[in-house]
Design a protein around this ligand. Sequence first.
Ligand SMILES: NC(=O)c1ccc[n+]([C@@H]2O[C@H](COP(=O)([O-])OP(=O)(O)OC[C@H]3O[C@@H](n4cnc5c(N)ncnc54)[C@H](O)[C@@H]3O)[C@@H](O)[C@H]2O)c1
Length: 287
Amino acid sequence: MIDTAADCSEGRLQGLNAVVTGAAQGLGLAIAEELGRRGARVTLADVQAEKVRKAAAGLGEKGLRVEAATLDITDSRAVREFFEAFVGNRERIDILVNNAGSRQSVREVAELGDQEWDRVLGVTLTGTFYCCRAAAVAMQQQESGVIVNMASVNGQSPAALVAAYNAAKAGVISLTRTLALELAPYGVRVNAVSPGPVYTDFNRQNMAERALSLKVSQQEIIQRVAKSIPLGRWGEPHEIAQGVAFLCSPAASWITGEVLRVSGGLEGVSATPPKKAKGAPATGNSG
Ligand SMILES: NC(=O)c1ccc[n+]([C@@H]2O[C@H](COP(=O)([O-])OP(=O)(O)OC[C@H]3O[C@@H](n4cnc5c(N)ncnc54)[C@H](O)[C@@H]3O)[C@@H](O)[C@H]2O)c1
């Protein structure tokens, strides 16, 4: 690992081997680009095979050292094999950013089905655990490395109508802090970033569903969200990427077990949904 004062001040990641999950689009793609710009050799891993290949090709055209890999983080065996092959080829893994996660369909707990609960927890929490575990094995052996997990302001301050997502992100924060303790003796740092709202595909869908549930236009809900953020606007993917890259860099050499909110000051969304009319039929199911 590089740790000179000059490298620290620049947050450089020259020559480091990095993996970013969920990097075919959105925040993951912005993070991969930022790590690449800082000199890391980045593998973009995503379940969307064609999309991640194109995303990596795009970054390659910008002169960054990147590769694409198809990986479903919910497949425990595939995750283990991916990281074993990665370390076999590169000899070491310096940076892992566990960015892949899934949104939840917007509905109250009383109407939340088993499958949706399991799906969201499966990708967002269990998939992150699989990747953390595989990287921890390698990082313990090499006695260096950095892991950054993507949490959310929802993991610290739950929003109504997305209980599975809130619970998954709270779990990611707990996993981060546990792993930070366990890997500290090996000089491995583990932190989380909690983004506030950024208008990616993830939130395009969220806003559409929230607008429906509140019976207001999408534009109205997008503006309401902006007004609830102390800095008065939605975030941009590169702003989240800066926070992640900082935690990956030697500039953060004495930071571990931390959760960095990158949210324009937003701590959480606490709005209460309107009460249903008495006798209104439940739309959820248990499946
Ligand atoms: N966008 C936001 O406002 C926001 C806010 C807080 C936290 N986050 C978190 O940031 C992360 C990225 O969010 P985003 O907005 O870019 O989302 P996104 O939905 O645009 O992108 C998610 C990416 O993860 C990939 N992915 C999904 N399941 C996967 C799997 N099983 N294996 C591998 N890859 C998989 C998808 O293919 C996609 O490329 C997520 O963890 C999300 O929960 C986002």
